[in-house]
Design a protein around this ligand. Structure first.
Ligand SMILES: [Fe+2]
Length: 294
């Protein structure tokens, strides 16, 4: 789905915050993003996810997929820390820390909910089936069990995968490692324009619906042969992505009119990052095709 400039921009023009020429420049930039980023095959035509969603993956394919995903999930922490260190502003650093801290187990603090008598006990100690997807890590509670990697470990356990079978560099295929290394070098780049382009690309890749495709495939597998499989790692990420997709344009607007924005670097970072993401899925797709012929 192409990106659309929100009506909000005209309100800003009317309020004299930005000039009509600036608004036009931004609209042209969004068109470049649509042309140069949103048409990338990893967004428009993710073969592995399309196939996976049909529910045909057997136990071996699901296991391989979970191991590769666990490597990405763990090594992503390095990229996120780099992004944090290299942030171009204090707000940027804090936004990165929200993701990093939540990833390792800080549950989002959502004031008011507990008092309304809904779930809590800090979202049942971090159970992804109920843990919050909104709020901030500031004032949030840390629970080991709320680390996203631990959610994956519990899923792996049901598939016979132990702690030392998941999440390490040595478990990654060359294409998974290429993706993880590209994340650290582009998403975590020292130049905030490159990093922001990569971040924008990653968000749009995620918003294109791959979580839903993974959930659909895993649900089919669970129903068919693995009833105990906990899917909350995937459903939680799908939930958070759904909310986040709505903010992507606002964030882009803010960045664009902020200090030192560089269009060319942003697009370059985005494109290179999408190529990295593509490598990950192509690796998984080639593995499942090869497995079908063995
Ligand atoms: Fe996560």
């Amino acid at each position: 789905m192409p990106l659309k400039v929100s009506a909000h921009i005209q309100t800003r023009v009317a309020a004299g915050e930005i000039s009509p020429a600036e608004a036009e420049r931004f609209t042209a930039f969004v068109a470049s993003c649509n042309r140069d980023l949103m048409t990338h095959p990893v967004i428009t035509d993710n073969r592995f996810c399309q196939w996976f969603a049909t529910g045909q993956a057997d136990r071996d394919i699901v296991r391989h997929f979970v191991v590769q995903f666990s490597v990405f999930s763990n090594l992503f922490l390095i990229a996120q820390l780099q992004k944090c260190i290299n942030a171009g502003s204090l707000e940027g650093m804090r936004a990165s820390k929200e993701i990093l801290a939540n990833e390792i187990g800080v549950i989002f603090n959502k004031p008011g909910v507990a008092s309304l008598g809904e779930v809590s006990d800090t979202d049942r100690e971090g159970d992804p089936a109920i843990v919050s997807t909104e709020g901030t890590v500031d004032g949030g509670t840390f629970r080991f069990k709320a680390a996203h990697f631990e959610w994956l470990l519990r899923l792996g356990e049901v598939l016979g995968l132990g702690f030392n079978d998941m999440g390490k560099r040595r478990h990654g295929t060359p294409s998974t490692l290429f993706f993880c290394d590209q994340l650290a070098s582009i998403y975590g780049n020292e130049d905030p324009n490159i990093a922001e382009g990569a971040s924008f690309a990653v968000e749009n890749w995620a918003a294109a619906g791959f979580w839903k495709q993974l959930v659909a495939g895993l649900e089919a597998f669970k129903k068919r042969e693995c009833p105990a499989l906990p899917l909350a790692f995937f459903t939680w990420h799908d939930r958070i992505e759904e909310q986040h997709a709505g903010h992507v344009m606002d964030e882009l607007e803010e960045l664009y009119f902020g200090p030192d924005f560089d269009e060319a670097k942003f697009i370059t970072g985005g494109r290179r990052m999408l190529d990295g993401v593509q490598a990950f899925w192509t690796g998984l797709n080639e593995h499942r095709i090869a497995a079908a012929y063995n």
